[in-house]
Design a protein around this ligand. Structure first.
Ligand SMILES: [Zn+2]
Length: 420
């Protein structure tokens, strides 16, 4: 009887989900933007003037097919060597409800969009860097590339890129492409100094480099605001849905909710996020993930997982495996256990802390996750502390000196403090 109760207690304990030590979720204002009306008007004029000049010079062909569908390629590209599963979340879509403020309707008739009391209805789609947006921006890990071929109709660079106020007065760094399909594509908030050096009128192919993801202009965090306009200047939403009758324009369909684990990683300390690229005094500050891949037995191990589109009720199975595949730790995680205000977040990140035992077997360990039908794994290494040649030499010298000082001499008593 006691044995059965004991077993039941053991099972109940094992089934209990392990709560993360730290968490982070995207908030309502994160990665938003609001190009100022004055900037918008100026860029419209500049673009029209540039296009007129290009047309006069015979450098602008007539649109090939104004209604071409499925012609847009994914506009982001991680740099060579980038080794995580993904690098982005999707925050806000186009607002199809012209009323404001507080009247929002995305292409599915949902509310993943926004408007402002200034009369701005979000006119593009926001793709943000995740899970360490400022660190990823500073490392230059994600490039913005042309979604479709065309010519450069306008661009700007040299503007500050660590601002976080969507009411900021700084201009965005951007590239505007007059696409061959007749649409105009705007790539906003690029990193300062990263904008393509190609001149106005230069041709770009789909996939060509335009700049790095940044946070210049009226932007609350590192993201790409991708916006399409037709020849009359009206906003075109490239996603088809119940509240947008226009055809889907993406070559690869992008689902409304796209639950994925974006990254798994291991760290020497809890990652330190920043809300903005500057402190309150306006000085640039860094985000510090404390990535670490090699751990000593007895050391502290932080494991970290980030998600795109995580919803209550979706359970992740996490495991930490020793080199022989045996389980060091395993736990289930459900967003619902965090009792957050919303049942869904477009970006989340969680971490858990472990102490490795002093006899942790050396070799390659795995941190794994099973989520939404997919398996993810990240290797890390447990190894004895690296051999410290300088410390070993100092120790040898110390031993040598002691031996010389303590060497017995005929007729003398042994010096003090010598080993027997
Ligand atoms: Zn935007």
């Amino acid at each position: 009887m006691w044995r059965r109760l004991w077993l039941f207690w053991m099972l109940a304990t094992a089934a209990q989900a392990q709560a993360p030590v730290g968490g982070r979720v995207t908030g309502p204002g994160d990665f938003a933007d609001a190009p100022s009306p004055a900037w918008h008007e100026r860029i419209e004029h500049e673009t029209a003037a540039n296009l007129a000049a290009l047309r006069r010079a015979g450098m602008l062909a007539a649109p090939t097919a104004a209604t071409a569908a499925n012609d847009l390629l994914w506009p982001l590209q991680p740099v060579t060597g980038f080794d995580q599963f993904d690098y982005h979340g999707t925050k806000y879509f186009v607002d199809h409800d012209p009323r404001y403020p507080g009247f929002v309707e995305d292409y599915t008739c949902g509310t993943r969009t926004y408007d402002l009391d200034t009369g701005y209805n979000h006119a593009g789609t926001d793709y943000y860097l995740w899970p360490f947006p400022w660190w990823m921006m500073d490392q230059g890990l994600v490039q913005v590339v042309a979604a479709a071929p065309g010519v450069i109709a306008a661009k700007a660079d040299g503007n500050f890129d660590r601002d976080c106020a969507i009411a900021s007065s700084t201009d965005p760094n951007f590239v505007r492409i007059q696409q061959d399909d007749g649409l105009s594509a705007i790539y906003l908030h690029l990193r300062n100094g990263s904008v393509t050096t190609l001149p106005i009128g230069a041709r770009v192919a789909a996939g060509d480099y335009l700049g790095l993801v940044g946070s210049s202009g009226q932007s609350s965090g590192p993201h790409l605001h991708f916006e399409l306009r037709d020849a009359a200047g009206a906003v075109v939403d490239p996603r088809h849905g119940d509240c947008n009758p226009a055809p889907d324009r993406w070559a690869v369909f992008q689902p409304y909710e796209d639950p994925h684990i974006v990254s798994l990683s291991t760290h020497s300390a809890e990652p330190r996020f920043i809300a903005c690229g500057v402190d309150e005094a306006g000085h640039a500050i860094d985000e510090t993930p404390f990535f670490q891949k090699v751990f000593a037995p007895g050391g502290t191990l932080w494991v970290f997982a980030s998600y795109r589109d995580q919803r209550n009720g979706e359970v992740t199975q996490f495991r930490i495996l020793r080199p022989d595949g045996s389980v060091f730790a395993q736990w289930d995680f459900d967003l619902a256990s965090e009792h957050l205000p919303e049942p869904f977040y477009s970006g989340t990140a969680w971490d858990w802390k472990y102490t490795l035992p002093a006899d942790a077997p050396p070799g390659t360990w795995q941190f794994t996750a099973d989520f939404a039908g997919q398996s993810y794994r990240r290797a890390f290494v447990v190894a004895a502390p690296a051999f410290d040649a300088a410390a070993a030499a100092a120790q040898r010298a110390q031993v040598g000196a002691t031996a010389a000082r303590c060497r017995p001499r005929a007729g003398e008593a042994p010096p003090p403090n010598c080993p027997p």
